[in-house]
Design a protein around this ligand. Structure first.
Ligand SMILES: [Zn+2]
Ligand SMILES: [Zn+2]
Length: 354
C-alpha cells in the first residue's frame, strides 16, 4: 500500500480537508500515476453533497486527472514510466458484457467502476484525483498528447469527452446546425469542439451575459432563452441540441427548435423527472436522447482531436487550499470555465507535509 496526500470530503456538509489515503499496490496490469493537475467537475460537488444518493465518507473526488507514469506493473504494455497520461470518469468495467465487448465500457451493463465513490474490483471504494497519486488499470489510462499542456488537458477527461461523444455520434460537422444549451464547463467545450468539427454553432443561454465569451469560443450565434422571441425565431432550426444544463428545462420549448430528424441530447443531469409531450416528438420526427461520458477509445480520439485542432478548455488554476471556495463559485456559476487544482500544492495536513 502507498499512503498519499489527498483532499477529502469528511461528510455531506463539512468542507473538504487535507488528509491521507491509501492506494493499492501496483498490480500486474496497473499504472501508478503521479498526478499533476485535477479539474473540478460539477459532478464532484453533487457527489460529495450526496445529491445523487448516499456515499461513504471520507470521500476523495476528482475525475479529470492528468499526470506522469512513475511505475508500471510487469504486464503493462500500453504505457511506460515517464508517459504523460490522463484518467477520466471510470477506472474499470466488467469487460464481458455486450456493451463492454462492443468497446462501449461507459455503458457496461454491470455498471462501470467510477473513478470515485464506486466499488472497486477489490471491494474498496474508489478515491478520485484530488490526491498526489492514483493506481489505475492500464486499459483505463489515456495518452495525453505533448501539445496539450497538463493543466489544460485535465478538463478534457470529463467535460471534453462528455461533449465530444454526442457531437461525434450525431455527426456534428459542416452543414449541421448545432445548439449548445448553457455556457459552463461542459458548454464551453461543446462550443469549441462543435466549431472545430465544422458545424454552425449557436449558444442558448439564459441571458446575454456571456455573449462575448461565447462568440470568442467559436459560436456563430448567441441567443438568450429568457427572451420568448428566441423560441419563435429559431423554431424548426437545429439538427442537434446538446443540453449541458442540470436544472430542469421546459423540454417542449427546446424540442420545438429541432428541424426534421433533429435530436436533442442531454448531458446535463437534472435530479428530477421532466415532463414532455410526445406530440412534440411527432413533429419533424424529433428525438430526445441522453449520452454518458464516452468510451476509452473515444476519449483517446477526443484527446487527439483536441491536439490536432489546438483546442483546450479555459481554465483557472487554484491551490488545493482554495477547493472549498472554488466549489462555492461553481455553484454560483462564477467560473470561466473550469477550475483546475495544482496538485503540487497538495502537501498534506500540518506536520505530515512532505
Ligand atoms: Zn465530470
Ligand atoms: Zn461490462
Amino acid at each position: 500500500m502507498l499512503t498519499v496526500n489527498a483532499y477529502a470530503a469528511p461528510s455531506a456538509t463539512d468542507p473538504l480537508v487535507p488528509t491521507t489515503i491509501e492506494r493499492r499496490d501496483v498490480g500486474p496490469t496497473d499504472v501508478l500515476i503521479a498526478i499533476r493537475y485535477a479539474g473540478i467537475c460539477h459532478s464532484d460537488i453533487h457527489t460529495v453533497h450526496g445529491d445523487w444518493g448516499p456515499i461513504t465518507y471520507p470521500q476523495v473526488v476528482g475525475h479529470e486527472i492528468v499526470g506522469e507514469v512513475v511505475e508500471i506493473g510487469p504486464e503493462v504494455t500500453r504505457h511506460k514510466v515517464g508517459d504523460r497520461v490522463g484518467v477520466g470518469c471510470m477506472v474499470n468495467s466488467c469487460r464481458e458484457c455486450d456493451n463492454c465487448r462492443a468497446g462501449m465500457e461507459q455503458y457496461c451493463l454491470k455498471g462501470n467502476v467510477g473513478t470515485y465513490a464506486s466499488v472497486d474490483r477489490d471491494g474498496t471504494i474508489t478515491q478520485g484525483g484530488y490526491s498526489t497519486h492514483v493506481v489505475v488499470d492500464q486499459d483505463f489510462v489515456l495518452r495525453v498528447p505533448e501539445s496539450i499542456p497538463y493543466e489544460k488537458a485535465a478538463p478534457l477527461l470529463c467535460a471534453g469527452i462528455t461533449t465530444y461523444s454526442p457531437l461525434a455520434h450525431w455527426h456534428a460537422g459542416p452543414g449541421k446546425r448545432v445548439a449548445v444549451v448553457g455556457l459552463g464547463g461542459l458548454g464551453h467545450m461543446a462550443v469549441k469542439i462543435a466549431h472545430a468539427m465544422g458545424a454552425e454553432v449557436t449558444v442558448l443561454s439564459r441571458s446575454l451575459r456571456k455573449k462575448d465569451d461565447g462568440l470568442a469560443l467559436g459560436a456563430d450565434q448567441y441567443y438568450a432563452t429568457g427572451d420568448p422571441g428566441t423560441f419563435e425565431r429559431l423554431a424548426n432550426h437545429f439538427d442537434l441540441i446538446v443540453n449541458t444544463v442540470s436544472a430542469p428545462l421546459e423540454l417542449d420549448a427546446y424540442l420545438g427548435l429541432l428541424r426534421l430528424d433533429g435530436t436533442m441530447v442531454n448531458v446535463g443531469a437534472p435530479a428530477e423527472a421532466l415532463p414532455l409531450h410526445v406530440f412534440t416528438l411527432f413533429g419533424n420526427r424529433r428525438s430526445f436522447a441522453g449520452s454518458g461520458i464516452g468510451s476509452i477509445a473515444e476519449t483517446q480520439e477526443m484527446l487527439d482531436f483536441c491536439a490536432e485542432h489546438g483546442i483546450a478548455p479555459e481554465t483557472e488554476l487554484i491551490a488545493a487550499s482554495q477547493i472549498n471556495d472554488a466549489y462555492a463559485r461553481v455553484l454560483a456559476s462564477d467560473v470561466r470555465y473550469r477550475f483546475v487544482i495544482d496538485i503540487a500544492t497538495l502537501t498534506g495536513s500540518g506536520e505530515d507535509a512532505a
